[in-house]
Design a protein around this ligand. Structure first.
Ligand code: ADP
Ligand code: MG
Length: 698
């Protein structure tokens, strides 16, 4: 086996390959497009296309595809082969600049939330040269944005790129105010930590709920769960270790910086974290990581579950979106610096994030809203649905001193004067880590922990980038006109702390008392469910933010509102139908079979021992019979509830009805089924139990 540095990125048309395979002139021109967004002329595109094709074909590729990220949340690709007929009856392999730059998939079946009626099937994909092309399954994949013919974004990448532009524009204004003339570009850096479960493929195949919905809809609590905390960072089992090694290889070949892996809190749960990179690449890489996690699992007889809550009573899975701001000169703007000036700048960027999170709590909550993630947020494990910021005691104390103009003990000069004092270095101490906070400062970055494990990280970062761009805009507008920069800066930081300190919370986010305090005393928003929060996407203040920074138009926002609610409804309805199906065709017959055999046992016993009371059998049959009756009743009731939705026309009303009637109906059906499971011997039970699934992989 070759050493990692030898094959790292071997499937990527990256900078090294470009340099080696393009003429100096073409390379320079392409770099200018990648780094500065300069327009690419067709001559250069043709040369790049030719080089890409030769490189790909030499590695066995036969096809190319524009790889894009529609609003479904997964990636899409339509493959075209390179072949082109030649006059002698054979074929040649061809790929033109035009084919590289733009594609026209028949896009009618992708959700657009009304942006594009189905009869206007045309949409086009446009090459994103900032994310390298790569090879996957003998296909050259070209990362692209996906738009309608009038330029309306039908995907997640377009608004993400726009939000990066908005943030860059405002951050540069602020940096110039600090006298920085060198930086030419500021980009968000993101490292998403990805949680997932691994279960045995044969067991998975026996569960229709896992196959159709990605989560278990039935299942009694196993005798052992996660109460011993013996899995977190525990020894990795051989089969899982082999999987992780294989997965790393595949990711490395694709130039994905897979770095850390460990067992998570729940049994069968694991995590993978890459080294952080620019957000649009991090987003592409995370999509690829999720895809490969599932593909590689199949080779090991495993199935990777990316659902946010595959098992009730066991921790769910999230994605920790570590976010910071990097300059093209290599400076992290969220890292406290060594000089007073750098520190003043750091505090301003820090305040910009605090203000952004407070002003747009709703957008952050909306950006992670899915039916799956609703099970996680608000349960006693993941961050709550209430958004707050954790700063740690040290930083909170410094902000407190600035707010009250009070002395800060660890600085000799007494009061913290921006632009004058050097702040103490903040310890990146793991004991100071608050794992319950939805949005935690961890020394030089923020960790947004509400993102669901199956979700694209694009949405969360679109909102975060844009909200921070807005804070920076407000700051730049005020500071550019200030008479004395330092006084204005100090005043503005103080005002941000005063206005937004309600969002700062360093305590236990899982505590019920916190939710009460957050909502009642601090006036923070609490939207436990998707239908609660998504309509606020169209609140005037949010529309104003996203349109004014050119990130999403009103029509694009309406489309996202519709698609998110539609997905919510469809997801839960598929779950409800799956439950009805499993209860009727698997669970009831299984319980009946056991009850019948128990009754037979009783009569057999009575034949042998006349007058035998058969207390156990009688009692069991009674209980099983009562449970089957209840299951039967609840199945019918759930089915009725689903059917009754046919009359609801408005998508918001439908989502609310589903939340208020279908979800509780599913809960009522599950209860007797899970009770029946605990009374029914394994040989009768139609599918693997929680115990089998969670402890089945050695
Ligand atoms: P943990 O949070 O588990 O202690 P780390 O803090 O080392 O682990 O890193 C978690 C993730 O954060 C990794 O993906 C890492 O690359 C990423 N990360 C580290 N520094 C930054 C940064 N400045 N900006 C964005 N992400 C970062
Ligand atoms: Mg972390």
């Amino acid at each position: 086996m070759a050493a990692v540095p030898e094959y790292f990125g071997s499937m990527v048309f990256d900078d090294r390959v470009m340099k080696a395979n393009l003429s100096a002139e073409v390379y320079r021109s392409l770099r200018k497009t990648i780094d500065e967004g300069a327009k690419l002329n067709i001559g250069v595109a043709n040369a790049v296309a030719q080089a890409m094709k030769d490189w790909a074909v030499a590695r066995g590729a036969t096809h190319f595809t524009h790889w894009f990220q529609p609003l479904t949340g997964v990636t899409a690709e339509k493959h075209d082969s390179f072949i082109s007929p030649s006059p002698d009856g054979g074929v040649i392999m061809e790929f033109s600049g035009k084919e590289l730059i733009q594609g026209e998939p028949d896009a009618s079946s992708f959700p657009s939330g009304g942006l594009r009626a189905t009869f206007e099937a045309r949409g086009y994909t446009a090459w994103d040269p900032t994310s390298y092309a790569f090879l996957k399954d003998k296909t050259l994949c070209i990362p692209t944005a996906f738009c309608g013919y009038n330029g309306e974004a039908l995907d997640k990448k377009t608004p993400l790129l726009r939000s990066m532009e908005a943030l860059n524009r405002q951050a540069l204004r602020v940096l110039r105010l600090f006298g920085n003339t060198e930086v030419r570009r500021v980009s968000p850096s993101v490292g998403p930590e990805q949680e997932y479960f691994l279960v045995d493929a044969d067991m998975w195949a026996k569960r229709r709920d896992l196959r159709f919905t990605g989560r278990t809809l039935f299942g009694a609590k196993p005798p052992k769960g996660q109460e011993m905390d013996d899995h977190y960072f525990g020894t990795i089992k051989p089969r899982v270790a082999a999987y992780m090694a294989d997965l790393n290889d595949e990711l490395w070949k694709l130039g994905i910086l897979a770095k850390t892996q460990h067992n998570e809190v729940a049994p069968a749960q694991h995590e993978l974290a890459p080294i952080y990179t620019t957000v649009n690449i991090a987003t592409d890489h995370n999509q690829l990581t999720m895809e490969l996690m599932q593909k590689v699992a199949a080779r090991h007889g495993l199935v990777c579950l990316l659902h946010e809550k595959p098992f009730v009573g066991v921790n769910g899975s999230g994605k920790h979106n570590n976010w910071s701001l990097s300059t093209d000169t290599g400076v992290n703007l969220l890292s406290p610096g060594d000089t007073p000036y750098e520190n003043a700048q750091f505090l301003l960027f820090l305040c910009a994030v605090i203000k952004a999170v407070d002003d747009y709590q709703d957008l952050l909550r909306i950006s992670v809203a899915t039916a799956g993630n609703d099970h996680r947020l608000g349960a006693n494990e993941a961050p709550p649905a209430v958004v707050s910021v954790f700063l740690g005691d040290e930083l909170a104390a410094i902000l407190g001193c600035i707010e009250y103009d009070a002395p800060y003990t660890s600085i000799d000069t007494g009061k913290v004067r921006l632009g004058v004092d050097v702040l103490p270095k903040f310890r990146r101490d793991t004991t100071d880590r608050n794992r319950t906070s939805p949005f935690a400062f961890t020394g030089n970055k923020f960790e947004f922990r509400m993102v669901g494990s199956a979700d694209s990280i694009a949405c969360a970062n679109i909102m975060l980038n844009t909200a921070v761009a807005e804070s920076l805009k407000v700051y730049a507008d005020r500071l550019e006109g200030a008479e004395d920069f330092e006084t204005a800066l100090q005043a503005m930081i103080r005002k941000t702390i005063q206005d937004h300190k309600r969002i700062i919370f360093n305590g236990n986010g899982y505590d019920d008392a916190w939710i009460k305090e957050a909502v009642e005393k601090r006036g923070l928003l609490n939207y436990p469910s998707t239908p609660d929060c998504v309509p606020h996407l169209l609140d005037e203040k949010n529309v104003a933010l996203l349109t004014s920074h050119g990130v999403l138009s009103r029509a694009e926002l309406v489309s996202r509102y519709e698609v998110t609610l539609e997905n919510y409804c469809k997801t839960i309805l598929i779950e409800a139908n799956t439950m009805v199906d499993m209860a009727r065709t698997e669970i009831i017959p299984a319980v009946q079979a056991f009850a019948l055999d128990t009754a037979k046992t009783a009569s057999a016993k009575r034949e042998l021992v006349p007058g035998c009371p058969c207390g156990c059998e009688t009692e069991l049959v009674k209980r099983l019979s009562a449970l089957t009756d209840e299951i039967y009743r609840e199945t019918g009731a759930l089915e009725e509830t689903v059917l009754a939705l046919a009359t609801v026309e408005d998508i918001k009303a439908e989502a609310e009805r589903i939340r208020d009637t279908v979800l509780p109906g599913m809960g009522r059906l599950r209860l007797p089924c899970d009770q029946a499971e605990t009374l029914t011997p394994k040989k009768y039970w139609p599918f693997p139990t929680y115990g089998d699934l969670l402890f089945g992989v050695r």
